[in-house]
Write a protein that binds this ligand. Structure first.
Ligand code: RB5
Length: 149
């Protein structure tokens, strides 16, 4: 089955999302762009929700959310069942949130990281697989918290 990434941003992350799209195009990777489509002010929780729904439905296997800091997007995304969103600006954190947390959403701050670094982090997010093993039981614990809300 084709692996499709979901992308979404608010106005603070719009420019970075566009740069990520170009990068994914150059790599020949498939994605869907859920907006926003300009720098006009919008509300990031709405875009986080759109993206999370695509992952929950199984249409997309992972997603990337961009806002000004990446933080608001990650807060909103983590309210959705089955979503493990990580906001990070360094390679170590991105690598380990895939290896250990099986993060399925990566949140970036368009006002925090430059495009060059952001694209390297995207490559790590896409290219690193979950280690499983002892980390699976920990993710089950997170799922239990979710199920018992
Ligand atoms: C929008 O101004 C800004 O608040 C938003 O992009 C994001 O940084 C929120 O966390």
């Amino acid at each position: 089955m084709e692996k499709i990434l979901a992308l979404a941003a608010d106005h603070g992350g719009y420019e970075l999302k566009e740069a990520i799209k170009k990068h994914l195009d150059s790599l020949g990777l498939s994605y869907i762009d859920l907006g926003t489509d300009s720098e006009k002010s919008v509300n990031y929780p709405e875009y986080a929700a759109k993206l999370c729904h695509e992952i929950q439905s199984g249409k997309c296997y992972r997603g990337i959310l961009c806002c000004g800091t990446g933080i608001g997007m990650s807060m909103a995304a983590n309210k959705h069942k089955g979503i493990r969103a990580a906001c990070a600006s360094d390679a170590f954190s991105v690598r380990y949130t895939r290896l250990h947390n099986d993060a399925n959403v990566f949140c970036l701050g368009g006002r925090v990281v430059g495009v060059g670094l952001a694209l390297e982090l995207v490559d790590i997010f896409i290219g690193t697989e979950f280690e499983g093993g002892r980390h699976t039981a920990r993710l089950d614990m997170i799922k239990n918290i979710e199920d018992n809300q």
